[in-house]
Design a protein around this ligand. Structure first.
Ligand code: ZN
Ligand code: ZN
Length: 128
C-alpha cells in the first residue's frame, strides 16, 4: 500500500466526460443492485507516483456513477481500491474494525487481500 499514495484526486474531469457514453460504474455495487443499473456519470481520477518527488508516474481513471460520487464525498464511506485486480470495496467508517485516519477517504492498494490469497496459492503450486 505504501508505494501508491494519494497525490491528487479530481472528480468532474470535463474532458473525460465525453468518453463516458455507455459505461457502467467501475466501483463495487451489491448483488441486489448490480453495477449494470448504474451508469457512469463521471471519472474518478487518481495520479500515482512517488510522494517524495511529487511527480505522477501514471494515472488511473475509474468511471463512477452518481451514487458512488456521493459516497466518495461522504466522510462515513471509505473506498479501498485494488490496483492489481481492480476490485473495490466500500468500508463504512462507523462499523469499521480498524481505525482510519479522518482525512483519508480512499485507499489505493497495490494488492488486496483477494490478490494476496491468489498469489499465495500460486506460490504454493509452483513450490511442488
Ligand atoms: Zn457506482
Ligand atoms: Zn486485488
Amino acid at each position: 500500500m505504501d508505494d501508491f499514495t494519494l497525490l491528487d484526486r479530481s472528480l468532474n474531469d470535463a474532458m473525460a466526460r465525453i468518453e463516458l457514453e455507455g459505461l457502467n460504474c467501475g466501483l463495487k455495487h451489491s448483488v441486489d443492485d448490480p453495477v449494470e443499473n448504474h451508469k457512469a456519470v463521471d471519472y474518478l481520477c487518481q495520479n500515482m507516483g512517488n510522494l517524495k518527488t511529487k511527480v505522477p508516474t501514471s494515472q488511473i481513471k475509474i468511471p463512477v456513477c452518481a451514487e458512488c460520487v456521493e459516497a466518495l464525498y461522504d466522510p462515513n464511506w471509505i473506498l479501498a481500491y485494488c490496483m492489481y485486480c481492480n476490485r473495490s470495496q466500500w468500508i463504512y467508517r462507523p462499523l469499521a474494525k480498524n481505525e482510519y485516519p479522518e482525512e483519508n477517504g480512499m485507499y489505493w492498494m497495490d494488492l488486496c487481500p483477494f490478490c494476496a490469497e491468489v498469489m499465495d496459492e500460486y506460490k504454493e503450486d509452483s513450490d511442488e
